[in-house]
Design a protein around this ligand. Structure first.
Ligand SMILES: C[S@@+](CC[C@H](N)C(=O)[O-])C[C@H]1O[C@@H](n2cnc3c(N)ncnc32)[C@H](O)[C@@H]1O
Length: 243
């Protein structure tokens, strides 16, 4: 697919040119809470969608998850494999397109899906394919945690929990909210000098703050499978307010 070849080239160029600021972001506190907090699911299969150099896939593996990381860019995956070896963890890093997961032979039954910065980069048709692709590999009650750059619509509004719900009709939205400016600044505090203007741009509101979301795949009718988070999921409430 020509669009995807173009995307692969663009992402590969970003990595080669050192234009990958996310590599220097601090680990997201929501992800840490999801993996190590009081409601953390029991580890099982997890997939890092658009895993890049593998920083989050490796983090999950270090906390007991059996992780598959998928990315378009082979060079980034090569570095991810080296980083995993240095940390002494095993991650199955697979080159491929996340909108065509069925072609990658990665199996299914993933109870945790994470996406840091991939979904927002897809066009509308690719987003539809992405949703279908992840639903085909997700376990009943699977959790999807997303971190995404944000945009404003023509009324100047940033993404809302309702919009996330519309994109993922078969998922329950537990949380979907933009980050606070203070939190964005903390996340980007360690950016190397050439990339610091990015942090300033967020601080000054040039770009709207990224948003994060936690969704749970609704069980198919009649399915009595367990939610990945057990009974505690019901205690979370959807929110469109900044955290
Ligand atoms: C903003 S980067 C984030 C990388 C990684 N998640 C991290 O946090 O370090 C987005 C990643 O998504 C990958 N990507 C974008 N579109 C993709 C697609 N259709 N299939 C697989 N990977 C994709 C890019 O190659 C890139 O590595």
């Amino acid at each position: 697919m020509a669009t995807m070849s173009w995307a692969r080239l663009t992402w590969a160029a970003a990595y080669r040119l050192g234009l990958s600021p996310w590599d220097a972001f601090s680990r997201d506190r929501e992800l840490i809470d999801l993996v190590t907090g009081p409601d953390a699911p029991v580890p099982g299969r997890a997939i890092d969608i658009g895993c890049g150099r593998g920083r989050n896939a490796i983090y999950l593996a270090a906390h007991g998850w059996q992780v598959v990381g998928v990315d378009l860019v082979r060079g980034a995956l090569k570095q991810a494999r080296r980083a995993a070896a240095r940390k002494g963890v095993t991650v199955d890093f697979v080159a491929g397109d996340v909108t065509r997961l069925d072609e990658l032979g990665i199996g299914g039954d993933f109870k945790l899906l994470i996406d840091f910065g991939c979904f927002h980069a897809l066009n509308d048709a690719q987003r539809l394919a992405y949703v279908r692709a992840i639903e085909a590999v997700a376990a009943p009650g699977a959790l999807l945690w997303m971190w995404s750059f944000n945009s404003r619509n023509e009324d100047g509004e940033t993404i809302s929990a309702e919009e996330i719900g519309r994109s993922f009709p078969d998922w329950r939205v537990h949380r979907a909210a933009p980050m606070s400016v203070a939190e964005v600044e903390t996340t980007m505090a360690a950016l190397p000098l050439p990339l610091r203007p990015l942090r300033r741009a967020f601080s000054k509101g040039v770009f709207p703050p990224p948003f994060r979301a936690l969704l749970e795949m609704k069980r198919p009718p009649g399915d009595r499978g367990q939610s990945a988070m057990g009974a505690s999921t019901n205690s979370r409430t959807p929110s469109a307010k900044p955290t």
